[in-house]
Design a protein around this ligand. Structure first.
Ligand code: ZN
Length: 486
């Protein structure tokens, strides 16, 4: 078991230093001047070298584009989602984007004040296909903000760098007048934009909630793999008694962005009791896993959300085990004729619980085995830390088996892949009963009952203990790591 605690960016300052030092490499430079009335972006792009064409990712992109020209004023020819010059060389590009129209075309804006616009770059950023990094600088009206998922290059939040990413969905840049905050978490920071709803007012304490939960998750690992993830809090309303976070997701598109769709009428204490944010942040501990293996990534997040909520003292240990038991049972009853791989590939709604919970059993099984074979020195936590150090954030999509093979390699033991081979293509649900027995947990009339055997109680405590001593040392190790260790 080898764990070397290194990361590309040890502190936010060093991250910025790395970015500045890298400025000599060829990059495309974009200047984005935002005009408020009527709402539009005036784009000027200067390319590292002449390109033959630029394109926009979304089919809808051309709807919001106007007056594309090169910087000599010559019109460019559009074919579908591409723009070309007559002579096949573009060194500089100017165009305008109708943000008002784009706002109406993205349903994330439906519950937002007109002062705010969520605009996915997949619909407005026309760029070469050469994969070179893009540096973007915003010019904004006073008091107006642009909050983007990209790597932040300076403290003003007006210069960013866009690098390759899995593009699993369309991230959004938030434009307008709203509250923004950068909060420290262990080993880095988190950038949060709290948008304004159409009705009522979203309490600023939602920023504390999003930052606190991120800090709780980061605390178990000495930091999140991404030193500066982006968070959008999007108020959607609801009732006082409705779920506080009806929907959350992680998007890896030009950066890592977490979107929380929140019921801003729910009381703030109910946000802290909710699992959604812990679940979404847990995804950041892993790469984006391709869709037909998503039972693996969802399973890790389902397992960790319960463990981490107990570590943060928001769940009692009893509640954490009970929630895992209830989840496992929902998974076991979901489409028993399907294997986890078949359920994830099929995308059928009724197999959702199988997709979400099969991998959670795998995560628990692996955690227990790692602890058993290492005498408590290794665990799922230590392997997650090693994964973050070697491989994250990742610019690409991973297969589930690639992830599990990497975890085995980092653990120095074949733990994850044997579990995959046993369960991935087997109809039914992974057997969690022996795992509960190992933990001294029995179930009586649907209630999980912890046994009194000291060794088993100690194992349960070790899993739910706030931070293991080995991981608590991590910050010291990281402070001496090279900022360009990759
Ligand atoms: Zn998830």
């Amino acid at each position: 078991m080898i764990l070397i605690y290194k990361r590309e960016c040890v502190l936010a300052l060093l991250c910025l230093g790395t970015a500045v030092a890298a400025a000599a490499e060829p990059v495309h430079s974009y200047r984005l001047r935002v005009v408020e009335n009527p709402n539009r972006i005036e784009v000027e792009a200067r390319f590292a070298d002449a390109v033959s064409s630029v394109h926009v990712r979304s089919n809808r992109g051309p709807r919001y584009l106007s007056s594309p020209r090169d910087c000599e004023g010559r019109a460019l020819v559009r074919h579908g989602r591409s723009l070309r010059a007559e002579d096949g060389r573009i060194t500089c590009l100017r165009y305008s984007v109708d943000l008002g129209r784009l706002r109406a075309g993205d349903r994330r804006n439906a519950t937002l004040s007109r002062r705010n616009t969520l605009a996915p770059p997949s619909r407005w950023l026309w760029r070469p296909r050469d994969g070179l990094p893009i540096v973007l600088s915003f010019e904004l009206p006073d008091g107006y903000r642009a909050s983007a998922p990209w790597e932040r290059l300076d403290a003003s939040g007006r210069r960013y760098r866009l690098s390759p990413s899995p593009e699993n969905a369309s991230a959004a840049v938030a434009f307008g007048r709203f509250t923004e905050a950068v909060r420290p978490v262990s080993g880095g920071e988190i950038r949060i934009a709290l948008l304004e709803p159409t009705t009522g007012r979203a309490p600023e304490t939602l920023i504390d909630w999003a930052a606190t939960v991120a800090a709780d998750v980061a605390a178990s690992y000495g930091g999140l793999p991404n030193p500066s993830p982006h968070v959008l809090i999007i108020p959607v309303g609801g009732s006082r008694t409705g779920p506080p976070v009806p929907f959350g997701r992680v998007i890896r598109d030009g950066g890592e962005s977490v979107e929380f769709f929140v019921n801003h009428y729910a009381r703030i204490d109910r946000f802290y009791a909710d699992w959604t944010a812990t679940h979404e942040y847990s995804h950041l501990l892993f790469p984006y896993v391709r869709r037909d293996h998503r039972w693996i990534s969802e399973g890790f997040a389902q397992y960790l959300q319960n463990v981490l909520l107990a570590r943060a003292d928001r769940y009692t240990p009893e509640r954490a085990w009970q929630k895992l038991y209830e989840g496992f049972e929902r998974g076991r009853r979901s489409r028993p004729e399907l294997s986890p791989n078949a359920a994830a590939a099929g995308g059928t709604r009724s197999a959702t619980m199988k997709v979400y919970w099969s991998g959670a059993v795998l995560a628990l099984a692996a955690d227990l085995e790692l602890r058993r074979i290492s005498g408590g020195q290794a665990s799922l936590d230590t392997v997650i830390v090693a994964l973050g150090d070697c491989c994250l954030p990742s610019a690409r999509e991973w297969s589930g088996t690639e992830l599990l093979q990497k975890l085995d390699e980092l653990a120095g033991e074949a733990v994850f892949m044997p579990l995959y081979r046993r369960y991935a293509n087997t109809a039914g649900f992974p057997d969690y009963v022996p795992l509960f027995a190992e933990l001294g947990l029995s179930v009586e009339r649907g209630r999980v009952v912890p046994g009194e055997q000291a060794a088993k109680a100690a194992l349960r405590d070790a899993i739910l203990a706030p931070v293991g001593p080995r991981l608590a040392d991590r910050d010291i190790d990281r402070a001496t790591a090279s900022p360009d260790a990759h």
